[in-house]
Design a protein around this ligand. Structure first.
Ligand code: GSH
Length: 196
């Protein structure tokens, strides 16, 4: 969906972030809420040859994989009025043009609110995306992240800031995939430092 199609007739829109958006939205928004979406799991299975990697050594960033038994926690940002067009144009470049993500509408459940879910826009990279890398062991993913860097920064920062967000804002969530990759990446960093 093009940005103009997404905002057609809307005066406000919720945008759900589950990767770098949770700690670096970098767009204007009215308010944000921690919460979750159902039917998806977050996996470091998407490649990144721009922000956190390059063509020779792509970084690993997160995407969402459909799984009816899973939920993914993150942050939803409400953009309204004049923020709408500007935010979506920015995200279209950052997420779709540079990152290969496509857009989808999902139900977002704000934490602690016994309210019906709200519709939210989410950026997902599917397996038919040329940058998609797919499953690997935590050790393989951790090692790749420990050695990748792109135009926006090191892939390790991307991983550690997401882990920090989950510990701080979603302490009740045990995200084994995320934390096992974090442990593997930090172990690899210690080996690389010891080898110097
Ligand atoms: N769509 C996910 C993932 C977003 C994401 O990590 N996108 C990458 C593009 S490959 C990005 O914005 N990277 C910026 C950065 O690494 O600082 C989210 O909602 O957070």
């Amino acid at each position: 969906m093009k940005p103009q199609d997404i905002i057609a007739g809307k005066t406000s829109l919720w945008i759900f972030g589950y990767g770098s958006l949770v700690w670096k939205p970098d767009f204007k928004y009215k308010r944000s809420k921690v919460g979750y979406i159902q039917g998806y799991k977050r996996r470091f299975w998407h490649g990144d040859n721009f922000h956190r990697g390059n063509d020779e050594l792509p970084g690993r960033v997160v995407t969402l994989i459909e799984d009816d038994d899973e939920t993914t926690w993150g942050v939803a940002f409400e953009v309204a009025g004049s923020q709408l067009e500007e935010s979506l144009k920015y995200l279209n470049v950052r997420e779709t043009v540079c990152g290969g993500y496509m857009t989808k509408m999902v139900d977002f459940f704000p934490e602690g609110e016994d309210q019906p879910p709200v519709q939210a826009l989410v950026y997902i990279a599917t397996s038919d995306n040329p940058l998609y890398l797919g499953p690997a062991t935590s050790e393989e993913i951790g090692a790749q992240i420990a050695m990748s860097r792109g135009k926006t920064g090191h892939n390790l920062e991307y991983l550690l800031r997401l882990a920090e967000f989950m510990r701080r804002s979603c302490p009740h969530v045990e995200d084994h995939h995320l934390f096992s990759i974090e442990a593997a990446a930090l172990t690899m960093v210690s080996y690389l430092l010891a080898a110097q």
